[in-house]
Design a protein around this ligand. Structure first.
Ligand SMILES: C[S@@+](CC[C@H](N)C(=O)[O-])C[C@H]1O[C@@H](n2cnc3c(N)ncnc32)[C@H](O)[C@@H]1O
Length: 348
């Protein structure tokens, strides 16, 4: 076995420049031994494998700093951390470009079809809208710190912690969402859960041999979900930036998660869900909602200060408003009130 390649041979082998190899060495990614006689760099098989990995990691966009860290610490959790970072960067960029592409499509259609003067007015509005959507998409943040909550989340549910007892009917709600989701669906249907958390809902599908993909914006929640259900496919992802292509799913489900989006974000999330939903697909959501503003006002009158504070800390949906948004996609909304705070809605 030849373990004495020189830098030119290695550069040729990988079809890269010798400067690139020197750069990786300078940055501390390669630690090459020198030939004692002429001080030339010597490459053994380990160096070659390392260089191959470096080039592969660079090809998916990992930075020099990240590659250095991966080479130093090859634990699964460290790999997961860096590859999730990169996944997030790529997904964000795809999302941004998708919004821009659809704005450009609208502008072009407009220019081809309308008189130029009218079109000019539309162009600005379309681009402003696209910029606003991208702004909202990129500015959602987890003010509840779910990463921190992940380890104790299931206990909070079991003990029904909190002033307003939103987990009173947790099991019944999850069961209802599950039943509505599988109604009239084949076993090989494609299902997505958004805000999968610790996978208590996804677990129901898996136990009954349905495949389901769970996305969540919290890496710690995903770690717990995966440790409870090793067969569950999980991905880092958000309501506002679902990391899947158009028309990918027959069914989308979500419980106790939608209320982390404000009114403006909910509209964009609905667009996102409708984008990844197949034409005849359905969405089932179990979450904190009011039928309408007047139901909210009446309920608030009956609550104490602590309970009201908890409600104001979240963004409860109004069923009637959701109905209007889904109608734009020719979807019907059916709902069932579970208790004072919880509804299950079915969008078909
Ligand atoms: C209260 S937990 C509910 C977990 C689980 N669905 C259940 O029913 O037990 C809310 C979950 O939604 C996730 N989440 C909140 N906002 C989200 C968003 N915008 N996109 C994706 N996940 C989100 C959180 O990270 C957390 O895991």
């Amino acid at each position: 076995m030849n373990n004495n390649y020189n830098i030119s041979e290695i550069a040729k082998m990988f079809n890269i420049t010798t400067n690139k190899i020197r750069y990786y060495e300078k940055k501390g990614l390669l630690n090459l031994i020198r030939n004692e006689d002429n001080e030339y760099r010597k490459f053994n098989n380990e160096d070659i494998i390392k260089l191959q990995s470096i080039l592969l990691y660079r090809s998916v966009g990992l930075s020099i700093k990240e590659i250095k860290d991966i080479l130093k610490n090859s634990s699964t959790s460290n790999f997961l951390n860096h590859f999730n970072n990169q996944w997030e960067i790529v997904n964000n960029e795809i999302q941004r470009l998708t919004v821009i592409r659809s704005a450009l499509e609208k502008v072009l259609d407009n220019l081809y079809e309308e008189e130029i003067l009218n079109a000019k007015v539309d162009i600005q509005t379309v681009i402003e809208n696209a910029n606003n959507i991208n702004y909202v998409k990129n500015n959602w943040s987890d003010k509840w710190n779910f990463d921190n909550w992940a380890k104790t989340y299931d206990i909070s549910v079991l003990e029904n912690r909190g002033a307003i007892k939103i987990y009173e009917n947790y099991e019944m709600i999850l069961e209802k969402v599950y039943k509505l989701a599988i109604e009239n669906e084949k076993e090989d249907c494609t299902i997505l859960e958004i805000g999968v958390g610790t996978a208590n809902l996804s677990g129901k599908f898996l136990k009954n041999n349905y495949d389901i993909v769970g996305i969540d914006q919290s890496r710690e929640m995903l770690n717990i979900a995966k440790s409870k259900y090793p067969k569950l496919k999980v991905r880092l992802g958000e309501f506002l930036k679902i990391p899947y292509g158009d028309k990918s799913f027959d069914v989308i489900v979500s419980t106790y998660a939608f209320h982390h989006l404000n009114e403006e974000e909910k509209i964009i999330a609905i667009d996102e869900m409708m984008r990844v939903l197949k034409d005849n697909g359905k969405i089932i959501i179990g979450d904190l909602m009011f039928k309408n503003k007047s139901e909210e006002e009446k309920l608030l009158e009956t609550l104490n200060e602590e309970e009201i504070y908890e409600i104001k800390d979240e963004y409860y949906s109004y069923v009637d408003t959701l109905e209007i948004h889904f109608k734009k996609f020719n979807k019907k909304l059916r709902y069932k009130k579970i208790d004072r705070f919880m509804y299950v809605i079915e969008i078909i």
